[in-house]
Design a protein around this ligand. Structure first.
Ligand code: NAD
Ligand code: ZN
Ligand code: ZN
Length: 383
């Protein structure tokens, strides 16, 4: 089968690899029809993670079940959450499927995902076929409109639940005034989710005009960090009281508008612009090691240490939630919002391409070229 393989920093190659297959009675085999490139893939693509060369990327997958193990009874078009979980460990029982203990082979670690640094040995879905462990648990069955609305449903694999998770950790309630850092696909999904939850006002801060335009089209207030001071805008609009809550949707490669990286930028921005006792949800990725961090930022950051204004955060009594999103906690409910026509997260998709075009898609998306906001690859066609 064909698969998009990580061949070292900034190199993705589409190659023939052995077909994915059933390896365990609870596995299912899925023929992938849509698979997205994520901002998380870019951290790996740039060589800024522990992701091993030769592995297949892709954790935002949707497709058709083509084979099931003898202990499985699933059928039809399914969507897989990017976490791989068992459903029966201590963490899964608590709904923390992104920190499953069974599927992560290292005893001191938790959590597993398809084609992801530090999250087990599983191959990604930017390929023709994908092995899904514990298929009954990990695959979400979709409705009859799934084939036509793939671009909406594929967002259930990661970024829609992740954006929603940011707003859950930030405790966004009806009427709230919510600040989102990052107008990438995840930030846009957080803004969208805040609105679904009834937020009264949502700001989205970024320095990319094309992405800010999408945020404005959604009904959010764009803050262009190249021209405006985020805390000033938010405080001016709230009689100095600041936002009720905030979502971090950028991660450790946060940078200023000129491109200078500083992993503390967005966290400190939120600590400053969220009110006393407000909640902050951090879904942007931060990692315990960053192989390129020494050059890009500093020795501390290379070891995953981010100096933040903790004194101010403590003084303000803020709370911060962090981590990979437990996609399964939300994807059934969000699926039903899509099915009911109440949510259409496909608005983030800017490009649909064939799997063969993965190398150029990575290049353009990584460069954040104008208009390249979210890429969906179709291994079963040419886009
Ligand atoms: N926690 C999870 O489960 C989870 C899931 C998916 C993605 N993520 C992470 O979420 C983050 C965003 O993902 P994405 O797909 O939207 O990526 P992306 O790279 O497309 O978007 C990031 C956006 O942040 C902007 N940005 C950079 N520095 C900024 C700053 N200082 N202030 C404001 N904006 C800034 C960029 O211009 C870009 O538009 C990534 O770190 C990704 O790995 C986490
Ligand atoms: Zn993703
Ligand atoms: Zn588990």
């Amino acid at each position: 089968m064909k698969a998009a393989i990580y061949d070292g920093p900034r190199t993705v190659t589409v190659k023939d690899v052995p077909d994915a297959r059933i390896e365990h009675p609870c596995d299912i085999l899925v023929r992938i029809t849509t698979t997205n490139i994520c901002g998380s893939d870019l951290h790996m693509y740039e060589g800024r993670s522990s992701f091993e060369t030769g592995r297949t990327l892709g954790h935002e997958n949707l497709g058709q079940v083509v084979e099931v193990g003898p202990a499985v009874s699933k059928i039809a078009v399914d969507d897989m959450p990017f976490n791989i979980a068992c459903g029966f460990c201590k963490q899964c029982e608590r709904g923390l499927t992104s920190y499953c203990l069974t599927m992560q082979p290292k005893p001191a670690m938790a959590g597993a995902a398809y084609g992801f640094a530090g999250m087990g040995p599983y191959q990604g879905g930017q390929a023709e076929l994908l092995r899904v462990p514990y298929g009954d648990f990990n695959a979400l069955r979709l409705g009859e409109d799934a084939a036509e609305r793939q671009l909406d449903y594929v967002m259930l694999a990661d970024i829609f639940p992740t954006g929603y998770h940011a707003t859950e950790m930030a405790n966004v309630k009806p009427g709230d005034q919510t600040l989102v850092y990052g107008a990438g696909p995840v930030g846009l999904m957080a803004a969208y989710s805040a609105m679904i939850r009834g937020a009264g006002r949502v700001w989205v801060a970024d320095h990319r005009r094309d992405r800010l335009q999408v945020a404005e089209d959604l009904g959010a207030i764009a803050i262009n960090t190249a021209e405006q001071d985020v805390a000033e805008v938010v405080k001016d609009a709230t009689s100095g009281r600041s936002a009720d809550n905030g979502c971090e949707c950028v991660g450790y490669q946060a940078h200023d508008p000129q491109g200078q990286e500083d992993a503390s930028l967005t966290l400190n921005g939120l600590i400053e612009a969220v009110r006393f006792c407000g909640d902050i949800g951090v879904v942007g990725v931060f990692l315990p090691e960053d192989p390129g961090g020494g050059d890009a930022q500093g020795e501390l950051e290379a070891r995953g240490k981010v100096p933040i204004d903790f004194g101010m955060m403590w003084f303000k009594g803020q709370r911060m939630g962090t981590g990979q999103a437990p996609v399964k906690r939300y994807n059934r409910a969000l699926r039903d919002l899509i099915a009911a026509g109440r949510a259409e997260p496909s608005f983030v998709v800017s490009h649909e391409l064939g799997l063969d075009q993965a190398p150029e898609a990575y290049e353009h998306f990584d460069a954040r070229d104008e208009g390249w906001i979210k890429v969906a690859l179709h291994p079963d066609g040419d886009g």
